[in-house]
Design a binder for this molecule. Structure first.
Ligand SMILES: [Mg+2]
Length: 621
């Protein structure tokens, strides 16, 4: 999501009322863009004399005032104050970073930070890490209330339903039509499937998803991807309602199909944001919902001191952004809020309507009055003087400085627009000169990388747990790979002996060998299957390892590898790396590259008889 609460959201140049950009966080494909706002433009506080149509010209490079990369201060030639900000970057050695794998930045595609002119951040679940046990639980509880009050669901649900924030994981797909939740590998092969909270039998899973006449893309209106941590509550609620409907206890649920129930959950979530209940709760008590982070300010200061521009690009609107950033940067809430945090950024763009922001280069951009929240028309980002505001010094200055100011002082705040406006404000010519850090594989990363060639870093908070489990089970993956190779070899032996038994002249002499091979192959299969099941359970009791499905990379891991140049568990991990760091991707490995690895050809079936080896064994689903 991006939280916008009961406020206004920009979506492809349209000012609307409602949950706005949160809708972009869900579902698959372009259909996501349609959810949310009601398009009630009359509610927006837009001033200025220029109509939207007049401000849709492509921003001109001539207006930028930001220096080129070559004109900006190089990191090795900084002032004493800036050097102080950067000192921390040199205090951790590579060896120390290796010792703390959970805080490393991992590289899929090599990236030279010297060639990055601007670094941007998403806000929700990127800079601002919400506490699932409080924020997601509140969102879940409010959604159940809305289902009862607005959609006629049984009021008993208020008492009987309870949220488990640890149950769902990212990367799952909800089959809205059948009431199932799926985990698949990188080939979209469904490895694990649950109907409500009940696992599908293997035959049913294969028949429904794997042995079909048409290859399923899992991207239509019948499916919804859990791409963001904000989706966990609604997916969990859906599984609960599927179970409740199947129980037959609630007559009202008999009149609804699974798809309708899912869509009503989504609508109820949207209602929660539209009436501001979540936003006001966070504003009143941010420390209850958001994890404070003392590393954030020094990190942002150091990035700017290194000569790079820093921007905030969020789908949340100004009022909520100001609440969250005040708490994160200054620990301020309520009337104590200030605009000081804007000094840490070169540009702040709210209500951006990602992922449409990365595609729609004709979207209208407004300047936000940071005091009143009013939106002012701009000339492609360059502020216009609104009627009645001729004495406004800020706007006079802005008019003389073009799209962006000089790199000093507080950032101007905008709403809406597109990547073309942002490129002009930052003075960057190519998308590859920007690094964008976000948590949403679809809304922040996929489209930014695919369509405008931004360099990307995905924040994967789950990575810390994933790495911790990998370290605890350090020996298991290798042992399981060997066992799998042995299993495959024994299966080949069975096939060969079976063919000889059926076709060779001395078929009797092969019968014993066939029986022996069958026995060993069955033992190996069981051992591998059980081993994999136990291994995956050590990561998550239902869905197993986030980045794997069986022995293959999961669909989520595939997307991370394909679209995120870098990925890490937390933004603060950037603090451990020089702004001149050259991230290098590991060498690619193809199946035939493993052919020369003797370790995987040194089979010994006797391992199957060794005590304690029975736990090694195929996938967990
Ligand atoms: Mg986010």
């Amino acid at each position: 999501m991006e939280i916008v609460g009961a406020c206004f959201a920009m979506r492809n140049g349209v000012v609307g009322v409602g949950v706005g950009a949160r809708a972009y966080a869900r579902g698959n494909g372009e259909q996501r863009k349609g959810r949310g706002g009601t398009g009630a433009t009359g509610a927006a506080k837009v001033s200025g004399i220029s109509g939207a149509g007049e401000s849709r010209k492509t921003p001109t490079r001539g207006k930028r005032m930001v220096p080129n990369a070559s004109e900006r201060t190089h990191v090795s030639n900084l002032s004493a104050a800036a050097t102080k900000e950067l000192k921390h970057w040199s205090t951790r050695t590579e060896a120390e970073r290796r010792d703390c794998a959970a805080t490393k930045i991992y590289c899929n595609r090599s990236l030279n930070m010297n060639r990055i002119d601007a670094i941007g951040f998403d806000m929700d679940y990127t800079l601002a890490m919400y506490k699932p046990e409080t924020f997601e639980t509140m969102s879940y509880n409010e959604t159940v209330k809305k289902l009862v009050s607005a959609y006629g669901y049984p009021k008993e649900l208020l008492e009987s339903f309870e949220f488990d924030p640890n149950y769902m994981v990212r990367g799952l797909i909800v089959d809205k039509k059948r009431g199932n939740v799926l985990k698949m590998d990188r080939h979209n092969y469904v490895k694990v499937a649950y109907h409500g909270f009940t696992p599908l039998e293997t035959e049913e899973r294969l028949k429904t998803y794997c042995e079909t006449s048409v290859r399923q893309s899992f991207s239509g209106a019948e499916y919804s991807a859990l791409d963001t941590l904000f989706s966990m509550g609604e997916a969990y609620l859906f599984s609960q309602l599927v179970e409740a409907k199947d129980s037959g206890v609630y007559p009202v649920l008999n009149r609804k199909d699974f798809m309708q129930m899912y869509d009503e959950i989504r609508a109820a979530v949207d209602l929660c944001h539209r009436d501001g209940s979540l936003k006001h709760a966070v504003a009143a008590n941010p420390e209850h919902f958001i994890t404070a982070d003392s590393d954030l300010v020094p990190l942002l200061k150091a990035l700017r001191a290194s000569g790079k521009q820093v921007f905030l690009l969020t789908n949340s609107l100004w009022d909520y952004t100001n609440v969250v950033m005040n708490y994160l940067i200054d620990g301020k809430i309520g009337a104590d809020k200030t605009l000081d945090w804007l000094n840490l950024f070169d540009v702040v763009l709210t209500g951006s309507g990602k992922p449409g922001f990365f595609a729609n280069d004709s979207a209208t951009i407004f300047e936000v009055d940071t005091v009143t929240g009013a939106l002012h028309n701009t000339d492609n980002g360059a502020p216009l003087t609104p009627i009645g505001s001729v004495s406004d010094v800020t706007h006079k200055e802005a008019l003389t400085s073009g799209l962006r100011a000089t790199g000093t002082g507080p950032a101007k705040v905008y709403q809406g627009g597109s990547y073309t406006h942002l490129h002009a404000m930052l003075g960057v010519e190519f998308g590859s000169r920007l690094l964008y850090v976000g948590d949403h594989i679809y809304g922040d990363i996929l489209r930014a990388k695919k369509q405008i060639d931004w360099r990307t870093m995905l924040v994967v908070p789950e990575l810390a747990h994933e790495i911790e489990c990998l370290q605890k089970n350090k020996e298991k993956p290798h042992a399981l790979r060997r066992l799998r190779t042995l299993r495959d070899s024994l299966d080949d032996q069975v096939a060969r002996h079976a063919w000889l038994a059926a076709n060779a002249d001395d078929s009797t002499s092969n019968a014993a060998e066939l029986a022996r091979a069958k026995e060993l192959a069955a033992t190996a299969r069981t051992a591998h299957r059980e081993g994999m099941r136990e291994y995956h359970k050590s990561f998550h009791y239902v869905w197993g390892q986030l980045m794997k499905a069986g022995s293959q990379n999961s669909r989520f891991a595939f997307q991370v590898e394909r679209y995120a140049c870098l990925y890490t568990s937390h933004v603060r991990n950037m603090w451990g790396y020089s702004p001149e760091k050259i991230f290098r991707a590991p060498a690619d490995m193809s199946p035939h590259d493993l052919e020369t690895d003797e370790d995987f050809h040194d089979f010994d079936p006797s391992v199957l008889k060794e005590p304690g080896r029975a736990e090694e064994g195929e996938h967990h689903g």
